[in-house]
Design a protein around this ligand. Sequence first.
Ligand code: SF4
Length: 359
Amino acid sequence: MTTKTPLSDLPEPLLDWYRANARDLPWRRTRDPYRIWVSEIMLQQTRVAAVLGYYTRFLEAFPSVEALAAAPEQQLMKLWEGLGYYSRARNLQKAAGLVAERGSFPDTYAELLSLPGVGDYTASAIASAAFGRREAAVDGNVLRVVTRLTDCHDDIADPKTKKAIRAQVQAVMPEAAEDIRIFNQATMELGATVCVPNGPPKCEVCPAAGFCLGRLRGTAPVLPVKAAKKARRVEERTVLVLLRQGRTALRRRPGRGLLAGLWEFPNVDGALDEDAAAAAAAAWGLTVKAWRNKLTAKHIFTHVEWHMTGYTLEVEGDGPADFFWADAAALRERAVPSAFARYYAEAVTELEDVWNESN
Ligand code: SF4
């Protein structure tokens, strides 16, 4: 016999509420594991509204796991451009290769977990939504709902808390496949739209209002408890938008680490003044002919913050062997990560001006 708790009271009213109120999202209209998987990967660290357009374009380009496995890297990265966390796209393709090779989509939590880029949460989300398996998927939304519902003050940044909450949710998951398929989604939806993270929870429209301890005891607004994260490391960088006869220099980032393998504008450590930036260009074998612009920008990654000083320079010379001199069309074809958005826009404007003048 299960002990009655606010959590064990949740499934029935939650599922009724979800069936009446859920947002209509394309990945909720399908049971195709490929489509559900793509949505789950895109939704990692990214808001629903930002994902919608990308999701449609991605599936138009790669309608099957085989099409994704065979996709040219440049096309894949271009379709991901702006979504960030590019390793997600690389892992998707790696995993697509494995799935295509085995001939069917893995349908258990353990097999899904073995795919690159699929963690505990994603494996559970796919196993439940696509295959009706009883696996609790616990993300930030679910942690918030459960800690408020049960008035739990444990630190949710501690993996032990997350593990304990997963076990509690798992214990109350419904039994019928039709309910299992939507239960995880429903708990997340409640967290995303009612038991919201910023601002007070909307308890007046919540199906759990009658038995939620956080609401009854008035503690919901201070939950969940989360220990402060370590401050991000700040890195100063100097980015050079190098212009030469209607082209700009790009190079590939190293194959490992931040933004691995993506195209970037040449850049160096530190916030350089003009003299030091000219010396950096000279060290690449380039002669500065004119200074065009100075642009600063900031980009925030999960653990690092880039503070960038940028210079637009007209130069002569070829630069190192790994420089690729892109004209406007070649620049547009390449996925340059959004960390360089300000410099990308600057280069596009400069190159298109040259193109317009010469046509
Ligand atoms: Fe969250 Fe309020 Fe619902 Fe409790 S009653 S789960 S605090 S929205």
